[in-house]
Design a protein around this ligand. Structure first.
Ligand code: HEC
Length: 206
């Protein structure tokens, strides 16, 4: 074959190869449950995102309680994560887009093990996860809460009558979420003036 006739064949072949590669990657991503950072449901249950530990980290709370003088019977940590896409939208706008998912993970606290003599560290397995989802297409109020025990693959919907909804609605700093306790987000919301009226009244913030 003459050299100049080879070029179109080579171009065609590499084009086909590239298309194949792109298609395979796209299928792998769609099939991989670990890459799902958008809410996915099984009936009325939410699938617990398998890879939330690779999301953006917002905070850890230690023995947080909402009643004055409450003494915990055992120490607890909570860790809060948000999906990366919604985090990036928050950095731009100071609030959450549709399909945002925030995961609060609870773990027990340990002390006096290995070289540790004072203070507390996170100990052992996940005790439970609570998930906050913004999905107006499914929930007319916008947000919904789900909860699962540690290790469970799906989380049950928490009814509207539970106090989760009322406490978050009346005290959270931005759009039903407790941004006043997420130190990297509060300055953004303050600068973009997206703080809720309830929080501004409570804290004296503008
Ligand atoms: C009395 C107020 C109060 C109640 C009731 C409450 N929460 Fe929260 N919630 C908070 C606070 C404060 C935080 C911030 C936690 C931190 O800083 O670690 C929070 C954070 C969260 C988060 C992380 C995302 C976000 O929205 O900021 C989830 C998920 C969550 N709560 C779920 C629940 C569920 C589920 C219930 C009901 C079973 C519930 N909460 C009840 C005060 C409350």
């Amino acid at each position: 074959m003459h050299r100049s006739n080879l070029l179109p064949t080579v171009t065609l072949l590499s084009g086909l190869l590239l298309t194949g590669l792109v298609l395979t990657t796209a299928t792998a991503l769609a099939d991989d449950p670990a890459s799902a950072s958008r809410p996915a449901y099984d009936g009325d249950h939410l699938r617990v995102p398998a890879d939330y530990r690779e999301w953006i980290y917002l905070t850890s709370g230690f023995d947080m309680s909402y009643r004055a003088g409450a003494e915990p019977s055992h120490h607890m940590f909570d860790n809060v994560f948000v999906d990366a896409e919604s985090y990036r939208a928050f950095v731009k706008t100071g609030t959450w887009p549709e399909k945002t998912m925030l995961v609060l993970e609870s773990r027990g606290a340990g002390s006096q093990a290995s070289i540790n003599k004072a203070g507390h560290f996170q100990d052992g397995d996940v005790m439970g996860v609570e998930i906050h989802v913004k999905d107006r297409a499914r929930f007319p109020d916008g947000w919904a809460f789900f909860a699962a025990d540690g290790g469970e693959k799906t989380a049950g919907l928490i009814p509207r009558s539970e106090n989760c909804y009322s406490c978050h609605a009346s005290h959270a700093a931005v759009d039903m979420t407790f941004v006043q306790f997420y130190p990297t987000l509060l300055p953004i919301a303050t600068a973009k003036r997206t703080l809720s009226e309830a929080y501004r009244k409570e804290s004296g913030a503008r």
